[in-house]
Design a protein around this ligand. Structure first.
Ligand code: ADP
Ligand code: ZN
Length: 593
């Protein structure tokens, strides 16, 4: 760990998992994204005799991992369809010559007869199965090839296997153990918390303006903006581009070449913003994504956790930011009801969406309730979410709720949100005149509140189950079984006051904070270090973070190592990187000494 990776200490369960694997035990390692799973099999691979086989579901992931290992001076290769015959032969030759400590393979490749025979002739030290949740038929990443991995135990009876994943509910956990037929595995379970991610959720008022005000804290940083539709990813990317960001769209409708080019720029350059549908993400291992923004709601808390989890893998501060509004709530519910799926499936989806919406509206620490959803407990409030930083104000919503429900009732439960709000505000429109709503007693009874407040009330009533949008009536607002009690004033209801947009900002995150608060001279040094990294990366055709992570550069900046010994004590600088890149960075350090 010290020599090769240049790390000073193990994180979480790393050491225990490494010891178990080295003692020949099967293991299941559950760690959140960025928790450091790779090290759990890479160190046993380096320390053991022979070659460790790593099963990985995606070509992009394999390439990233292998590039990073090679930069550390480790014998690592992958075998997959992107290699031509000559290249494949050369990998096999290196394997035969005993030069490989790690060999990455896709499951279908590994299970081919010739591959198995090839490996049987060699010494396999360990089999690591990355993204092991791909074996679960219930998850969204199901890969049928993973199911056949259970055969590995028979082919390599004496080789320990290690399954690794970041997404594992208790159910998936059992499924992984059973389907992979792990033998009496040791289970290493780390919590789900990602303490360096700051969670921020805002009520949508003017999404673009809100986004830009959020992104002002993230100029010159890499991030992902998620949208629901392809069209919106493109228009948002164009618009961000006009605002001076380098923003690129990514969705399944773009040509494979364009997608590959955009993904490549995201990895290879320092400050690209990708505006994507959920088609983007799986297999993106970029450690220095500083923010993930959602302009549309994800489908569930699980999806939210997974998508936001792509931020801050390197452990430095990152933001997960989302806006959502009444429209989203109505639209998602409607899409769900209109889908052709079986009723049981819909019920499940409805339940998941409700959980997500409920989470959006929480009035207590967001991280705490996020973790509770996964069965984790947080000892103290996090202090690093919007709620902890700006506790929401609640108000007695009884009268407002009564007015709103009455307006819906009096207008016949046939109209959508916008018209109901017009009636409350007493707006004279064609529709209200046509339907004689301007003659109703509820017309104009809501003039005391702002339109935004009415949207907020409506949204919260939907989330709390007092109202729903009826898909059979084009999303008309209708009362539910519980509305009556509220209408009669028999129950209390407290509503959250949506904070004004400006109020939620703006303690800068630790990362930007650290950089923004640098003295002028330090900032020059920081830029010089980054430029040096970028030059080396371009020469080697690898992403900058393969050379050194931001955290490593930051430590150099703070400690100003001026000789090899000092540089070696920086986390992330091992022997191989010292030999390859040390001089280049020391030269800069001397220049700024
Ligand atoms: P995961 O696969 O769990 O998402 P990775 O294995 O990619 O996580 O590790 C996340 C980051 O943490 C990597 O950039 C890695 O270099 C770093 N890391 C892992 N273990 C340590 C450690 N013991 N000390 C410092 N950094 C570490
Ligand atoms: Zn909190």
């Amino acid at each position: 760990m010290r020599e090769v990776f240049g790390f000073t200490r193990f994180q979480g369960e790393q050491e225990a998992a490494i010891r178990a694997a080295m003692a020949g035990k099967d293991c299941l390692v559950l760690m959140p994204t960025g928790g450091g799973k790779s090290l759990c099999y890479q160190i046993p691979a380096l320390a053991g005799e022979g070659t460790a086989v790593v099963v990985s579901p995606l070509i992009a992931l394999m390439q990233d991992q292998v590039a990073a290992l090679q930069a550390l001076g480790i014998g690592a290769e992958y075998l997959n369809s992107t290699l031509d015959h000559t290249e494949q032969r050369s990998v096999i030759a290196r394997l035969s010559a005993g030069e490989l400590k790690l060999l990455y393979l896709a499951p279908e490749r590994l299970l081919q007869h010739e591959t198995l025979e090839l490996l049987r002739r060699h010494r396999v030290s360990l089999i690591a199965i990355d993204e092991a949740h791909c074996v679960s038929q219930w998850g969204h990443d199901f890969r049928s090839d993973y199911l056949a991995l259970n055969q590995l135990g028979k082919f390599f009876p004496n080789v320990p296997r290690m399954a690794l994943t970041a997404t594992a509910t208790a159910l998936t956990r059992t499924e992984i153990v059973e389907r992979l037929e792990l033998r009496n595995p040791r289970i290493f379970l780390s919590g789900f918390d990602r303490p360096n991610i700051r969670y921020l959720v805002q009520a949508k008022t003017d999404a673009r303006r809100q986004l830009i005000s959020f992104m002002a804290n993230h100029r010159n940083e890499a991030g992902i903006v998620y949208c629901l539709s392809r069209k919106k990813t493109e228009s948002t990317a164009d618009w961000l581009q006009a605002q001076g960001f380098t923003a690129l769209p990514y969705h399944a409708g773009l040509s494979a070449d364009t997608r590959a080019a955009h993904q490549r720029r995201f990895l290879m350059e320092d400050a690209i913003v990708i505006v994507a549908t959920i088609a983007f993400g799986m297999g993106i291992d970029k450690p220095d994504v500083r923010f993930v923004a959602h302009l549309d709601l994800p489908k569930s808390i699980e999806s939210y956790y997974q998508e936001t989890g792509r931020a801050g893998r390197d452990g430095l501060a990152a933001d997960a930011w989302m806006v959502y509004g009444l429209q989203d709530v109505v639209r998602l519910r409607q899409m769900l009801e209109e889908s052709a799926a079986a009723e049981a499936h819909k019920r499940n989806e409805r339940h998941k969406l409700d959980a997500l919406l409920g989470w959006c509206e929480v009035t207590t620490c967001r991280r705490r309730s996020l973790l509770e959803y996964f069965g984790d407990e947080l000892i103290a409030d996090c202090g690093n979410c919007d709620i902890c930083m700006t506790p929401p104000v609640t108000w007695d919503g009884r009268e407002a709720a009564q007015k709103l429900l009455s307006a819906i009732y009096r207008t016949g439960q046939r109209f959508g949100a916008a018209h109901v709000i017009d009636v409350l505000l007493g707006k004279s429109t064609d529709k209200s005149r046509q339907h004689r709503h301007d003659a109703l007693s509820v017309f104009g009874i809501g003039k005391d509140l702002q339109p935004n407040t009415w949207r907020s009330v409506m949204r919260q009533l939907i989330v709390q189950g007092y109202l729903r949008a009826d898909p059979e009536r084009f999303g008309a607002m209708v009362l539910t079984g519980t509305s009556r009690a509220l209408l009669r004033g028999e129950v209390d209801i407290r509503l959250r006051q949506d904070p004004a947009v400006a109020a939620v900002r703006k303690k800068p995150t630790a990362a930007t904070g650290a950089i923004n608060s640098l003295a002028e001279a330090d900032r020059d040094l920081w830029e010089a270090l980054r430029a040096c990294r970028q030059t080396l990366a371009a020469e080697l055709k690898v992403p900058p973070y393969v050379i050194f992570h931001d955290a490593t550069l930051m430590q150099m900046l703070l400690e100003r190592p001026c000789d090899e010994a000092a540089l070696l004590s920086v986390s992330g600088v091992g022997q191989a990187k010292l030999a390859r890149y040390g001089e280049a960075f020391l030269a800069i350090m001397r220049q700024y000494a």
